[in-house]
Design a protein around this ligand. Structure first.
Ligand code: SF4
Ligand code: SF4
Length: 215
């Protein structure tokens, strides 16, 4: 597994999505400090590769900050096992993101044309299709990885046995699903059930096919 190359490709997917979706997201009402999407979505899902990038970022933080975030992750996991809706562990007291530069695709794809409320974000159909295409590209890139809640994917990567296997290209979905089940969460599932089905926008097909091979 060439993590350096995979990380570069991951950043390329983020960048392409941002560029391709700009025609839609320019009308967003999102502002810093507006955090309904960080508190009320219930599950911020990431891929294992995204988890690796976040983990590497955490490792480079000052000790006090890193330990604070590790504690927040542990608290988040405990709460998550008791209730469905738990704010993201990386949401700071001022309602901004502690890992903004390495936030996962599930956050990058969110925007809304109206302030979110009980109904969640209002987005363009084409942007939703682009978002699905981005998820497909992420899954093709990380085809021996998993998708799941951010706190648990990071926990998996902290486990030496899992980390060694993932980094060597091993794939044990049954074991990982059992891990998720033991914590009352779903892991090893796609971040979206839909396949990108709107090919009218050329960028959608290009983004979806941007990573060769994979599952
Ligand atoms: S998606 Fe909704 S909650 Fe999130 S920043 Fe935009 S308007 Fe605010
Ligand atoms: S990672 Fe950051 S942007 Fe994403 S849900 Fe958590 S606090 Fe919000």
């Amino acid at each position: 597994m060439n993590l350096s190359s995979m990380t570069s490709q991951l950043k390329e997917i983020y960048s392409r999505f941002e560029t391709d979706a700009a025609a839609f997201t320019r009308d967003a009402v999102c502002t810093a400090g507006c955090a309904f999407c960080c508190t009320s979505v219930g599950s911020v899902d990431i891929t294992t590769l995204e988890g690796w990038v976040i983990r590497s970022h955490l490792a480079g933080l000052p000790r006090k900050q890193r330990i604070g975030l590790e504690k927040a992750l542990a608290v988040n996991r405990r709460k998550k096992e008791r209730q469905a809706l738990v704010p993201c562990p990386f949401l700071k007291a001022d309602q901004t993101c502690a890992i903004y530069t390495v936030r996962p695709f599930s956050c990058r794809r969110l925007y809304s044309l109206k302030k979110c409320g009980k109904t969640g974000p209002t987005i363009h159909r084409e942007a939703a299709a682009l978002s699905d295409a981005g998820v497909t590209a992420l899954q093709r890139l990380d085809h021996t990885g998993y998708s799941g809640h951010i706190s648990y994917v990071l926990q998996l990567l902290d486990m030496p046995r899992f980390r060694k296997r993932y980094l060597s290209g091993g794939f044990e979905p049954a074991e990982i699903m059992a891990f998720g089940k033991s914590h009352g969460i779903v892991i090893n599932r796609f971040m979206t059930a839909r396949r990108p089905d709107d090919r009218r926008h050329p960028a959608i097909a290009a983004l979806s096919e941007s990573i060769p091979g994979g599952a």
